[in-house]
Design a protein around this ligand. Sequence first.
Ligand code: SAM
Length: 257
Amino acid sequence: MPTFTIEEDYLGEFVDPVNYDLEVGGDHPSHHFYANLAKQVGGTTLEVACGTGLVAIPLAQQGILVTGMDIVPAMLAHARNKSEALGLSIRWFQCDARNFDLSEKFNFIYMTGNAFQAFLNNADQQDLLQNIRKHLTTDGIFAFETRNPNWDDCSTDLNETEWMTYTNDKGFTVRITETREYDHVAQVLVYNLYRRWKEDGVEKERVTHIAIRYTYPQELNALLERSGFQILHQYGNWDKSSLTKDSPSIISVCKLA
Ligand SMILES: C[S@@+](CC[C@H](N)C(=O)[O-])C[C@H]1O[C@@H](n2cnc3c(N)ncnc32)[C@H](O)[C@@H]1O
């Protein structure tokens, strides 16, 4: 049985946080979804796998007491720089979500940016959920999303296709193309990303890989139940529409069982 782990060179997307923000930053309906939930729950909030704080920072700006944790020091350093520049008192911790202990419990814990999909095998998913459980108050809420698997996404295409073009922090135009390889047994999709740009007439290239685990809806529910969570709501999109076979996401709102 093939297994993938995050240690296999799959964190390369997160070594350049300034350009990460330029590539994927900006307002998104998910930010409003988690901000509303955090306000509804009240008390303290933890974002697991918070990256550069693209979501945690807007939450803190709305008065929510946010703590962020992530495994990549560079992502957290950028998050800290941004929050300090804005005068926000967010605590940032560098830890592995599969094994962490902040010695406190939170009223609301969320994971977003499809970060749940960074947990590539069953053992990592279980360890993640056990650690989240440990950090949740008895009446706390845990919410997260993961992409709803579909045959178009879960496929292999070794021809380079365009992903996006953007202007990087140095003002150069960067073109990003991708190839994808899906392992149907491991349910893991590996993207190979090629960033190409010209710096003063010289061609530059940076190649990174990212792996994402797809978890099927029935499998996800069994995993949550087995991990001691009760699903309160499950949506297929940020407008809280029901989960259907065509939904882009599986958004789960849970409490301790
Ligand atoms: C797609 S990014 C999402 C970041 C952020 N939640 C957002 O929405 O902008 C996934 C994040 O998961 C983090 N990550 C991956 N594996 C992790 C682990 N084992 N423990 C903690 N963070 C992890 C990565 O470092 C990265 O910042």
